[in-house]
Design a protein. Structure first.
Length: 334
């Protein structure tokens, strides 16, 4: 069965591609390489052990998307493509609405034109905004507090309206918590361009000697040790969650939002200490002021994924840290 992955060469997309090939799907990956490298193509094919069709292009080229869907007899779409840096979205909000929302509209128009009504969408826990309670369950009110989160929320709502307009549509909205780590081979990983804004890739670069010290953004939160707490999930667990979501999508109809997390929270210091333990590296730290836009703590209620998808995260924080460290050679741009 042929599945289209938009943004398939990105961090989550490339790891999901491996899990989908292992589950027996045939893939077409579409990417404009705005936030990924073409060398990922070879890495995915080498790990998958089979050739995979790649299409270089932008989702805003609706004719290209429609041709790709038709020529490859696509049965369903997993939509990863989009920009995802919160701080960058605050500086360039229109770029985020153009890249994330406009691309999604163009994709959905092409899908409608080709009568393809099955989609898994890569959303984010940032749609929940300031916690009214924790852990976040899927009924928690949604109210994004930054342009990035608002683009994800707009797309979720478009998919909900689409499902309400046509009962043949199935939209599975996956709300990621904090994906970290890398494929066990060490040949795929998180390869942000420039200095990483996210914690784990920054940590890897400090441990590798590329960056001096880790700045801890805030040590005065009302958390276990004063540093920010998040629900970190291994990217391989996240990828397997997409396989389960795709199988659910083909069985069901309607719009379904599902959290993909571990259900556990980890503080920055707890993650640093785990990283030091598994890598035997000492991480120099600077305790600095809070980062604008950060929430003190959030983590997922994960019972819906277990009940609907029969999926739960299996890998632990040590697996996440060690796999991130073991993929450092591909995640640091010389
Ligand atoms: C984690 C914790 C920081 C860097 C991001 C995206 C979000 C989602 C998940 C896509 C926080 C602290 C970080 C550093 C630090 N992505 N930190 N020093 O902000 O929780 O979420 O990834 O859906 O959209 O925003 O992740 O890794 O940036 O921060 O102390 O150099 O680490 O304050 O407590 P975040 P993060």
């Amino acid at each position: 069965m042929n599945i289209l992955l938009t943004g398939g060469c990105g961090y989550i997309g490339s790891h999901t591609a491996i899990s989908l090939v292992n589950a027996g799907y045939d893939l077409i990956l579409l990417d404009n390489f705005s936030n990924s490298e073409t060398c990922v193509i070879d890495r995915i094919q080498k790990i998958a052990g089979k050739p995979i069709i790649f299409v270089e292009g932008d989702l805003r080229d609706s004719n290209l998307v429609s041709k790709t869907l038709k020529d490859n007899n696509i049965r369903g779409v997993i939509h990863f493509a989009g920009l995802k840096a919160v701080g960058e979205s605050v500086k360039n909000p229109i770029d985020y609405f153009d890249n994330n929302v406009q691309c999604s509209i163009s994709l959905l128009q092409a899908m409608i034109k080709n009568n393809i009504k099955k989609i898994v969408f890569s959303s984010s826990a940032t749609v929940y905004g300031i916690p009214q309670y924790l852990p976040y369950d899927e009924n928690h009110p949604t109210s994004a507090i930054n342009p990035y989160g608002r683009t994800k929320l707009h797309i979720e709502e478009m998919l909900k309206d689409l499902a309400n307009s046509d009962p043949e549509w199935t939209s599975i909205v996956l709300r990621y918590f904090n994906p970290v780590g890398a494929h066990k081979s060490g040949n795929l990983g998180e390869a942000p361009k420039g200095i990483p804004s996210n914690l784990m890739p920054y940590l890897v670069q400090v441990a590798s000697g590329y960056l001096g010290a880790l700045n801890i953004f805030g040590s005065d939160y009302g958390t276990r040790d004063g540093t920010g707490e998040r629900d970190y999930i291994h990217v391989t667990d996240l990828a397997e969650g997409h396989v389960a979501a795709l199988q659910f999508m083909f069985r069901e109809q309607g719009w379904h939002a599902i959290n993909l997390g571990t259900g556990k929270s980890t503080s920055v210091l707890e993650l640093v200490h785990t990283f030091e333990k598994v890598t035997n590296k000492k991480i120099p730290l600077n305790l600095t002021s809070r980062r604008a836009g950060d929430l003190p703590a959030y983590f997922a209620k994960v019972s819906k994924a277990k009940n609907l998808l029969n999926w739960e995260a299996k890998l632990n924080l040590e697996d996440m840290c060690l796999s991130a460290w073991q993929s450092r050679k591909i995640s640091i741009h010389e």
